[in-house]
Design a binder for this molecule. Structure first.
Ligand SMILES: *[C@@H]1O[C@H](CO)[C@@H](O)[C@H](O)[C@H]1NC(C)=O
Ligand SMILES: *[C@@H]1O[C@H](CO)[C@@H](O)[C@H](O)[C@H]1NC(C)=O
Ligand SMILES: *[C@@H]1O[C@H](CO)[C@@H](O)[C@H](O)[C@H]1NC(C)=O
Ligand SMILES: *[C@@H]1O[C@H](CO)[C@@H](O)[C@H](O)[C@H]1NC(C)=O
Ligand SMILES: *[C@@H]1O[C@H](CO)[C@@H](O)[C@H](O)[C@H]1NC(C)=O
Length: 340
């Protein structure tokens, strides 16, 4: 009896410890590789570990990077290339070979948070391939005894036709049928939807109506009142518009992961500056790390991936090359405090 009790106590202590470990760090980083001057992955992994970063997102498999991550304890969202979606969607054996070469060899040494069928494919020419690709990836994972790894896709907020006010959020007509089917798939599997949320782009598309301080989380006052809900920052307003759209598509139970958010530090006058990028990203990390949630989902922490680790010189010139927290020589562009 005493022995059994002890085992039960130890079991619950382990469960508790595990929960603390997994819930402690909600914020990860996007590891983009579109640069010809980036440090070797082993150095990047050492840098991440030195900063206690426990989550990253990779846009596509890269064996050098995956090998460097083995045994690091860093959890990975792994994407497929958009150009692979057509083959993955049309041929389950292709999906199986993708999983067999990119996931299975690492499944004992890397914890895969989820597999993302492409990035920002909807809306677009390849949009129809996303759900069939998700289904084939799911089948392939099941066949490889990796059924616990969720499959999702990463969407931009341009899937929304209406995003203001947040309660009116709904999917655009041209993607509504696709997004409704994807929502049903994710809800059935209890998998999250990945969403890229950029107040920066919302702000620059409408600087006359959106106050910069609202986009930068720099308001202590409510800026947008939406029925009973008050919004002090644009990030919450956009995120809640996505929740509203999901509710209308039958996905009220869905969790979302913010697969990208960030602010450029250069390339657009007084908007993309180091102080603004520093303010946005530090406030973002503080905001999502706490248990504040959004006005629509109070108390619900949101797993979030900041874009990006490095400035990437092979991206289009301008702000696109300046979202990094680090220069390629591993010096910080500015300090982001992760230990909130
Ligand atoms: C990382 O975590 C360890 C253990 O919790 C802590 O001692 C250390 O100060 C943290 N380092 C950073 C840079 O946050
Ligand atoms: C994988 O990443 C490494 C390190 O950044 C890079 O040198 C290599 O070209 C990448 N491989 C592929 C196939 O993209
Ligand atoms: C996709 O499949 C087609 C037809 O089987 C093949 O020719 C093509 O090389 C494949 N593409 C990739 C990226 O593997
Ligand atoms: C808001 O901006 C002011 C002026 O730059 C700064 O001192 C303050 O720390 C910022 N507050 C937040 C919450 O970002
Ligand atoms: C790293 O690169 C940045 C940007 O090019 C530069 O300003 C900085 O001086 C470099 N730091 C070192 C230690 O080389």
């Amino acid at each position: 009896m005493g022995w059994l009790f002890c085992r039960i106590v130890v079991f619950f202590l382990l469960v508790l410890q595990f929960n603390i470990f997994t819930e402690a760090r909600l914020v990860g980083l996007n590891y983009g590789l579109l640069g010809n001057n980036l440090p070797p992955p082993s150095k990047v992994v050492a840098l991440l570990k030195s900063r206690n970063i426990t989550r990253i997102r990779l846009f596509a498999p890269n064996h050098t990077v995956l090998r460097a991550l083995e045994g690091s304890g860093i959890e990975v969202i792994l994407g497929t290339l958009n150009e692979d979606l057509k083959n993955i969607s049309s041929d389950v054996t292709y999906a199986l070979s993708w999983i067999t070469s990119n996931v299975e060899p690492y499944s004992d040494t890397i914890n895969f948070r989820c597999i993302s069928a492409g990035n920002e494919v909807i809306p677009g020419d390849l949009a129809d391939f996303v759900l069939p690709a998700m289904k084939n990836l799911h089948t392939a994972l099941a066949a490889s005894n990796l059924i616990n790894i969720p499959v999702s896709t990463s969407v931009p907020t341009s899937v929304l036709g209406t995003s203001y006010p947040p309660s009116k959020g709904e999917f655009a007509e041209n993607v509504n049928s696709i997004m409704t089917s994807i929502t049903a798939f994710l809800a059935a599997k209890k998998s999250p939807l990945l969403v890229n949320v950029y107040p920066y782009f919302a702000y620059i598309s409408n600087p006359n109506d959106i106050p910069l301080f609202y986009a930068l989380f720099n308001s202590t006052e409510v800026v947008v009142q939406d029925g009973k809900l008050g919004y002090k920052n644009l990030f919450d307003a956009i995120t809640d518009a996505v929740y509203s759209a999901l509710e209308k598509a039958g996905g009220e139970s869905l969790d979302i992961i913010i697969s990208e958010s960030g602010w450029p530090s250069d390339g657009n006058g007084g908007i993309a500056t180091i102080p603004n990028a520093k303010m946005y990203n530090n406030n973002l990390v503080e905001h999502v790390s706490g248990s504040l949630g959004t006005p629509k989902r109070p108390g619900k922490s949101i797993e979030t991936y900041v874009f990006a680790i490095f400035n990437e010189n092979l991206k289009p010139p301008g702000t696109e090359q300046n979202f990094g927290l680090y220069y390629p020589n591993m010096t910080q562009v500015y300090h982001l405090n992760f230990s909130q």
